[in-house]
Design a protein around this ligand. Structure first.
Ligand code: EPZ
Length: 421
């Protein structure tokens, strides 16, 4: 098991460039099933979650390979193999491949993706939405057998603005004859990016980014070359780390409005924020101010995927903060590890009370999920002394070499044993 060795206390300063967004690339990889022509996705990050999605694509008979940093994908023939649990279990978001396969083949066989560390992650909204398009879905001992022979467009009203369900339905409607409408659609930037990708293939998706998305199906989609959006959560993670260490930095390759909900909260902690066309600058004082209340919610509110990182920042704030996690029922697992470093966090259900302490101390801590792991790294960078962060495989799911990003900002962080190339 690899680990990160971090010597904290150095303000992070300098410049770093953000990777392409994992949560945009994953649905876009699935959407490549919608065409039998070659697609090139430029500048994609080498991440475990993307590798897992590529394994699923290959299992379906697609060509899917990195050539340098570009992903080359071609699904000229689809083998309707059952996507079994050893594939879906690795990747929660495998579920939104259903819509793409049904759109192209009108049949799909996929195992339940199962739960994960941050919550049960049910798929009822996906199932209800696809059934709304007249897909027959039977659960045969954990395998969802989907018959889309009678699929037809419809108006689907989502009970909750689920990101994955919105993406699933956009792909399901892309090749249907007629207009599919998603009401109460998720509005995240990744939804807009998926719509732009489908339209780059010749699709007709309108309204992405708003609560009503209209998909006018087309008979065929063609290949294309596409560069997905930058990763707003990686950008937010780096900014939170600079704020936590009292540093000053510029984060490049980001769409500033994608992280407005993050930078506005950083300003409230006392950080100075500057905005460029595709960069954001931050200058932080040595100790952040507490936030009376920080609530996660759907875009454009403060994102749940930044909740652990802000908790690590607020752990050293002057004052107490209350964090409310409205999206996932089990997303505070990392706080017990932060308390090993001297933090004073108490959690009850979906509420964490963070009593800021002046100093955190290095410790041996273990990541239990992706963003919780990032929070431990931020805390270790801002702590006095040495920390060892175990469970780096969780962090590698979403950050392409987190140690390189923070080393670029002057952080004293290294991986052991070093990853073999
Ligand atoms: C996406 O997950 C992201 N993952 C998550 O990022 C992110 O936290 C989440 O959206 C919310 O923004 C990817 O894009 C690959 P949801 P998704 O469906 O689509 C409930 C990360 O760290 N729900 O919007 O699974 C669900 O339980 C990951 O990069 C149902 O009840 O999120 C949760 O409470 C973590 N039934 C809420 O909706 C369903 O059928 C939000 O889930 C689906 C979801």
């Amino acid at each position: 098991m690899q680990k990160l060795i971090i010597d904290g206390g150095t303000p992070l300063c300098g410049e770093v460039t953000v990777q392409t967004a994992k949560n945009a690339v994953l649905p876009i990889i699935a959407a490549c099933i919608l065409t039998d022509e070659r697609v090139v996705l430029e500048n994609c990050p080498h991440l475990k979650d993307i590798d897992a999605m590529l394994d699923i694509m290959r299992h379906l008979g697609c060509y899917a390979e990195f050539i340098g940093d570009d992903l080359h994908i071609c699904c000229n023939d689809i083998a309707l193999n059952v996507i079994n649990s050893d594939l879906t279990g690795k990747l929660r978001s495998s579920i939104f491949i259903m819509g793409a396969i049904l759109s192209r083949c009108r049949r799909a066989y996929i195992s339940h993706p199962g739960g994960c560390e941050i919550g049960l992650r049910p798929i009822d909204l996906h199932i209800a939405g696809l059934r709304g398009l007249s897909v027959k879905i039977e659960d045969d001992s954990g395998v969802l057998c989907c018959d889309g022979s009678q699929m037809r467009p419809n108006v689907i009203n989502l009970d909750f603005a689920s990101v994955g369900a919105t993406e699933n339905l956009m792909m399901a409607g892309a090749l249907l004859d007629g207009e599919t409408v998603i009401v109460n659609a998720a509005r995240e930037p990744e939804i807009v990016d998926l719509a732009c990708f489908i339209n780059a293939m010749g699709g007709h998706v309108a309204g992405a980014g708003e609560s009503v998305v209209r998909i006018e199906g087309v008979p065929h989609l063609h290949g294309c070359t596409y560069r997905p959006m930058p990763d707003r959560i990686c950008a937010g993670t780096y900014l939170a780390a600079v704020a936590a260490t009292g540093g000053e930095a510029v984060i490049h390759n980001i769409v500033p409005e994608h992280i407005f909900g993050i930078t506005e909260r950083l300003k409230k902690t006392g950080a100075k924020i500057s905005v460029g066309d595709d960069s954001v600058g931050i200058a932080a004082n040595d100790r952040p101010r507490a936030l009376h209340k920080l609530e996660t919610n759907i875009y454009p509110a403060f994102p749940t995927d930044m909740q652990p990182q802000f908790c690590a920042l607020l752990a050293r704030a002057s004052g107490s903060s209350v964090i409310v996690e409205n999206l996932f029922e089990n997303r505070f697992g990392y706080t017990s590890e932060l308390n090993k470093m001297g933090a004073a966090i108490t959690v009850k259900d979906r509420v964490a009370v963070v009593r800021g302490v002046k100093t955190l101390n290095g410790a041996v801590v273990k990541a239990c999920d992706l963003r919780g792991g990032a929070a431990l790294v931020i805390a270790a960078l801002s702590a006095a002394g040495r920390s060892v962060v175990l469970g780096v495989e969780h962090i590698d799911r979403g950050y392409e070499s987190i140690e390189d990003a923070f080393s670029a900002l002057g952080g004293k962080i290294r991986r052991e044993p070093r990853a073999t190339c």
